[in-house]
Write a protein of this length. Structure first.
Length: 343
């Protein structure tokens, strides 16, 4: 059984036509077909190249039933981790930890790789405070949700939350964690460039540490999709790194200031970001998210090393100062772009 909500709200990501169940999968009038794995729709297009190899692995798992027989329910083949990490994850799964074993390893990719010291050692779910107004039942889409960290934060703030990610394994982990924590969030597999929802389906679209990996053309598609999905007056809240933050400059220098390749991070200027969102969503403004790093959340302090705690404290002090002196936002390593959908 698939959640009836999906049948009512999903559309084909190719032609935006309604979908129906057929032979255990979803199909539109144009005969575009999408598999369903353990009640999770996999809405990835087979006719396009993908922004990340995890999407291709998810498609193979869903359509060709290629899976790691050691733990099919964890969907190891679509997590993007090494064989050694898979073996360690399986050992952790046997210990029946209160933290999902997939999350215990995906934590390495949370907050700009600053939490690598917690791989396999996580003893709590790091759920941040999401910087948006109370939801009051409004509908929010979390683009690139991974294991559901921000989706859970959104539901705690009162939103009817849907999470989408190209990794089947991450989406399955997000669903397990949501159930463990008593959340009613919905999750599906999909591509940020071709979101499988009708126009005007959401009040808020949120994304953190995702679109920074997209090429110029792909990020234009993704932001255009965000604009399409928002209702008039709806809000896009998207985190992006900047070109001139101290930490961002350090990373650019390490790669010789060459152009980004593949899934590497792209560093854009604030004027570039403003134009991108203003033309595809609506009027845009900025707020500082982090200084000296990307993704540093004060709610994660109990998990941080002393060095990270000190960096986060300095970042928070500058963030508070930026509210009084907006010019400081230009020096932030990570900013939120907030754009309101025009009619």
């Amino acid at each position: 059984m698939i959640d009836p909500w999906f049948l009512e709200n999903l559309v084909c990501p190719v032609d935006h036509q309604p979908l129906r169940m057929d032979g255990g999968g979803l199909v539109c009038a144009g005969e575009h077909r999408y598999p369903v794995v353990d009640d999770v729709p996999v809405m990835l297009r087979e006719d396009l190249s993908h922004t990340i190899s995890l999407a291709e692995a998810s498609l193979r798992r869903a359509t060709q039933h290629e899976h790691d027989s050691r733990a099919p329910e964890l969907h190891l083949e679509s997590l993007g981790i090494s064989e050694a990490e898979k073996a360690e994850m399986l050992q952790l799964a046997k210990q029946k930890s209160r933290v999902d074993p997939v999350v215990a390893y995906l934590i390495a990719a949370t907050n700009g790789l600053m939490y690598r010291h917690l791989i396999g050692k996580l003893d709590r779910y790091p759920i941040p405070d999401i910087p948006i107004p109370p939801g009051l039942g409004r509908r929010l889409l979390d683009v690139g949700c991974s294991w559901g960290r921000w989706s859970l934060a959104a539901s705690a703030a009162g939103y009817d939350t849907v999470g989408i990610d190209p990794s089947l394994g991450a989406v399955m982990a997000a669903r397990r964690v949501a159930r463990q924590l008593g959340s009613s969030n919905r999750y599906l597999v999909g591509d940020a460039r071709y979101l499988p929802f009708a126009a005007g389906s959401f009040d808020v679209v949120f994304s953190y540490s995702v679109l920074q990996h997209f090429s110029e053309r792909d990020v234009e598609y993704a932001v255009g999709e965000i604009g399409r999905l928002l209702r008039p007056g709806g809000t896009a809240k998207v985190q992006m790194p900047t070109r001139y933050g101290v930490r961002c400059l350090y990373h650019q220098a390490r790669r010789g200031f060459r152009a980004a390749r593949g899934f590497e991070v792209r560093y854009r200027t604030l004027p570039e970001l403003r134009r991108l969102f203003a033309t595809r969503v609506g009027p845009a403004q900025f707020a500082a998210d982090c200084y000296f790093g990307i993704g540093l959340q004060p709610s994660d302090a109990p998990m941080m090393t002393p060095r990270l705690k000190a960096i986060t404290a300095a970042s928070e002090a500058l963030k508070r100062a930026s509210r009084r002196l907006p010019t400081l936002t230009r020096a932030a390593d990570s900013v939120f772009i907030e754009a309101v959908k025009t009619a």
